[in-house]
Design a protein around this ligand. Structure first.
Ligand SMILES: CSC[C@H]1O[C@H](OP(=O)(O)O)[C@H](O)[C@@H]1O
Length: 392
């Protein structure tokens, strides 16, 4: 069975409630823009690409369910624009959602200006573009996986002489995208090619994307894997690096700035520092829709701060009279009452610590001056496909 974070057919959208994984697989119906916004804000669905897709499809569902209208094409365009502007407010750091909104607005503006445009023709154009995002994302991830695996085999000592082990952080797999994943897609590609010795994943406190989601995906796919706590990463590289043939650390991204500085799940920066210290490669895997050329460097990236209770409270299946009730989740406090909490959801890894940025058109490395040229990859096609949202 393929793990699906998003289930969609025209007129019906469901998202896998990732707050309940790995205990239960429950799908929530998303029938309005507000339901989509709430699911993203509460992180029942998460992951930079998945956030953009769920947001765009929640509006597609909203529009489809409205049925016929006598309103004008202009009214349709204005409604879509207002709903996309609202959806973008659900989470600020990942650029994919804002990028998708920009491209979808541009497409809808053009559709509304057609001389024979109607409410229906504009709505249909939007729905088709939003649906195309699902298809594009999986294709992009499979290409990222291939490029990343090829690069690791060619550019790491371990990869040149046999199967490699890789460490990854957070969740960047099928549960963070429309399928296959970005950084976890690279690990999937290595595994499929017989080039993976072992995958290590961090638990990724406080949401535990690693222990609850990535471990779930690795076990589901029968990929040899080991879970470590976030604080174990440096010891792993020092004590088990040579014997485990750890070639590198591969992570996802929420926003890559024009100079290559990368915002990703909190803890990524620390991993980049320890990778540099231990001489293993540090790779970022992300589709071009995550690269934001309008943001010059990491200091300009807004870092989302989340509620302190996500650090001090943990959720788990309810255990009463010794029996496990998977349908009932209890929340337990694990910190001293009254303690202050700082809970940034992301941090920024400077480009100088990144060895390569794996995209669907190839791996970008720094030039002789230590700079990433990310603009050039937007001129390249992927089998004739430019970086798009919904084929736009
Ligand atoms: C391919 S997902 C990219 C990115 O999104 C995750 O953040 P969150 O779980 O808070 O949505 C994480 O930073 C992943 O690396």
């Amino acid at each position: 069975m393929v793990l699906q974070a998003i289930k969609y057919q025209r007129g019906a959208l469901e998202i896998l409630d990732q707050l309940k994984l790995p205990h239960t697989e429950t799908y929530d119906t998303i029938s309005t823009v507000q339901y989509g916004w709430d699911a993203i804000k509460e992180m029942r669905t998460r992951g930079a690409p998945a956030i953009a897709i769920v947001a765009a499809l929640s509006l597609a569902i909203d529009l489809t369910n409205q049925g016929e209208s006598q309103e004008s094409a202009k009214a349709a365009q204005e409604y879509i624009s207002s709903q996309l502007a609202y959806l973008v407010t659900s989470r600020p750091t990942a650029v994919n959602l804002a990028d998708a909104a920009r491209k979808l607005n541009k497409m809808v503006d053009a559709a509304a200006k057609n001389e024979d445009a109607t409410w229906k023709s504009v709505i249909n154009a939007y729905v088709e573009a939003a649906e195309q995002m699902l298809i594009d994302d999986v294709a992009d991830n499979e290409a990222i996986g291939k490029h990343g695996a090829d690069w690791i085999r060619k550019n790491t000592e371990q990869g040149k002489t046999g199967p490699v082990s890789m460490l990854t952080h957070c969740n960047t797999g099928s549960l963070a995208t429309a399928g296959y994943g970005t950084a976890l897609g690279v690990i999937r590609s290595l595994h499929a090619a017989g080039s993976l010795k072992h995958a290590f994943c961090t638990e990724t406190r406080p949401y535990n994307q690693g222990s609850r989601l990535t471990a779930f995906e690795l076990v589901h796919d029968n990929i040899p894997a080991t879970l470590i706590t976030d604080s174990m990463a440096s010891a792993l590289l020092r004590l088990k690096g040579p014997s485990e043939r750890i070639a590198g650390i591969v992570v996802g991204a929420d926003r890559v700035a024009a100079n290559g500085d990368t915002a990703n799940k909190i803890g990524t920066y620390a991993l980049a520092i320890t990778a540099k210290y231990h001489g293993v490669k540090f790779l970022v895997a992300a589709p071009r829709t995550t690269i934001d050329l309008e943001t010059k460097s990491g200091k300009d990236i807004v870092i989302e701060e989340r509620p302190g209770k996500e650090v001090t409270m943990v959720k788990g299946p309810c255990i009463s009279d010794g029996t496990l009730n998977l349908q009932k989740v209890e929340t337990v406090n694990i910190a001293a009452n009254g303690i202050g909490v700082w809970n940034p959801a992301f941090d920024v890894t400077p480009a100088e610590l990144i060895d390569g940025i794996i995209t669907e058109v190839g791996v970008v490395e720094k030039d002789g001056n230590g700079n990433f040229d990310l603009k050039s990859i937007f001129d390249q096609d992927v089998e004739g496909k430019l970086p798009t949202v919904g084929g736009i």
